[in-house]
Design a protein around this ligand. Structure first.
Ligand code: CA
Length: 486
């Protein structure tokens, strides 16, 4: 079986020109060539405006079809072009994952008055005022869609909190009061209770909400012929609801249907708790590994590479781990900015693409560059080489040589379909060598570094060992000399 490779098909600063679907379609040839097996699309539902990336979601049923929020199209384009792109991705034999934002809704159609209580921003279990009447944007009736696909309309009963009272102009966090109302508790306990993130926070304990979202997701999966879903901000969504929803999807679509969650937290403890509570239905991004890569790129000489995988999902629960270097939230100027330094990008991609564990995800911004005011150069050439090696030459068991603080390496031993050996060395401070065992049957074979970072050649000795180097601050990937990467 071919190694899986996900591509995050967008970054934050993609231009708001409505041409995104057409542009990405032209890029599929690049992705197919390097062995991408699935494409993660941005949130495709109508958001607060065309300048919204889609996370400020307004109408789940508007995929760029109705004149709402100032346009028919979304930031990315009209519905027909989305369907056309998805068809093209499938034609190339790749899977399509959609980005689903269920934590909140934004850009309501009208205001409502209701009882609420202001809570302490840093401890949302603490009320800091007496309950009072507030007025907030919680009414959604989607006049532009006029009941097509769903008659469901939203009001304050379907939400658990808001962060703006238009009566007073106050921007505190308010918990909505009423029968059976309160924060959902199957969420992160950061800040006491992390149910609330932004906009009008959906109450996932409300029976009508649960039914409507299940009905919507069936419609959405069928409408777009999806192969998987990436759930946004699951740290803030009741895990009891996500368990119910994920069971519902798996029952209808089968176990092959891919589910992935974004649980943004370094440590392993709460990630594991979340995976358990959603019955291991949902893989998670390995945020811990992202921070290891980020810290290694920042701390250079002080970082101990042997600790890269400590407290990571990749180490603790490898089949559930989606590894990534950066994403649309960690890129410069964004809410979770923690952008891996350019000198370390190639190394970081070597780490996620060439090791046995983890389902890696290449970020659009790293591959094609980042636009807007930041204008960050792409690493396409480097990633192309590493991804092609992943596609054809990084298979089988793995022997680790995590030798020194600034020097690690590993060997992939190949398998029946891909019998070749692949040796990787990373050295952060100076040129160093690791003697690694390639097998006695490899004696006399000559290896070279396909990244081009090191010009040496290595001949495997009679005992089956090779002395593989990496230059200062770089990665070297050693394959047999005559291999053509294609
Ligand atoms: Ca929430």
């Amino acid at each position: 079986m071919m190694n899986g490779l996900m591509f995050q098909g967008f970054e934050w600063y993609i231009p708001d020109d409505g041409n995104y679907y057409k542009d990405l379609k032209k890029k599929l040839v690049d992705l197919k060539r390097i062995g991408v097996t699935s494409v993660w699309l941005p949130p495709v539902c109508k958001a607060t405006g065309t300048n919204d990336t889609g996370y400020g979601i307004y109408d789940l049923y508007d995929l760029g079809e109705f004149d709402q929020k100032g346009s028919v199209r979304t930031k990315y384009g009209p519905r027909e072009e989305l369907l056309d792109l998805i068809h093209a991705i499938h034609e190339e034999g790749m899977h399509v994952y959609a980005d689903v934002v269920l934590n909140h809704k934004a850009g309501a159609d009208f205001e409502e008055e209701f009882e609420a209580v202001k809570v302490d921003r840093n401890d949302r279990t603490k009320d800091i005022e007496k309950p009072k009447k507030i007025k907030a944007w919680t009414g959604f009736n989607f006049p532009g869609r006029n009941g097509k696909y769903s008659e469901f309309t939203w009001n304050y009963n379907h939400f658990s909190g808001v962060d703006y009272d238009t009566l007073t102009g106050d921007t505190g966090i308010y918990r909505i009061l009423g029968e059976n109302k309160g924060w959902n508790w199957g969420v992160s306990h950061d800040n006491g209770n992390f149910d609330y993130l932004m906009f009008a926070d959906i109450d996932h304990a409300h029976p009508d909400v649960k039914e409507e979202l299940k009905r919507w997701i069936d419609w959405f999966i069928d409408e777009l012929h999806l192969d998987g879903i990436r759930f946004d901000a699951v740290k803030h969504i009741d895990s009891a609801f996500l368990e119910e929803l994920s069971n519902h999807i798996k029952e209808r679509m089968g176990d092959e249907f891919y589910l992935l969650g974004e649980y943004w937290e370094h440590g392993i403890k709460n990630n594991t708790k979340f995976m358990k509570s959603t019955k291991f239905n949902m893989d998670l991004f390995d945020v811990g590994l992202h921070f290891s890569l980020y810290n290694a790129s920042k701390d250079a000489e002080n970082y101990d590479l042997r600790n890269l995988f400590e407290e990571t999902i990749t180490k603790e629960n490898p089949p559930m781990s989606v590894t990534f270097v950066d994403n649309h939230d960690s890129e410069p100027g964004q809410s979770l900015e923690s952008y891996v330094e350019p000198w370390f990008k190639e190394i970081a991609y070597g780490i996620i693409l060439l090791r046995k564990d983890g389902y890696p995800c290449v970020f659009y911004g790293d591959y094609y560059g980042i636009g807007g005011e930041f204008m960050i150069e792409p690493h396409k050439d480097q990633i192309d080489i590493l991804a092609l090696i992943r596609k054809n030459h990084a298979y089988g068991e793995q022997d680790d040589y995590f030798k020194e603080k600034d020097l690690i390496g590993w060997v992939r031993n190949g398998n029946e379909d891909h019998p070749g050996k692949c040796a990787v060395v990373i050295s952060t401070m100076e040129k160093k060598y690791i003697s690694m065992f390639m097998g006695e049957n490899q004696s006399g074979r000559i290896f070279r570094d396909f990244t081009g970072n090191c010009e040496d050649q290595v001949t495997v000795n009679e005992e089956g060992y090779g002395d593989f180097p990496a230059e200062a601050g770089s990665i070297s990937v050693w394959l047999e000399n005559e291999i053509d990467l294609g």
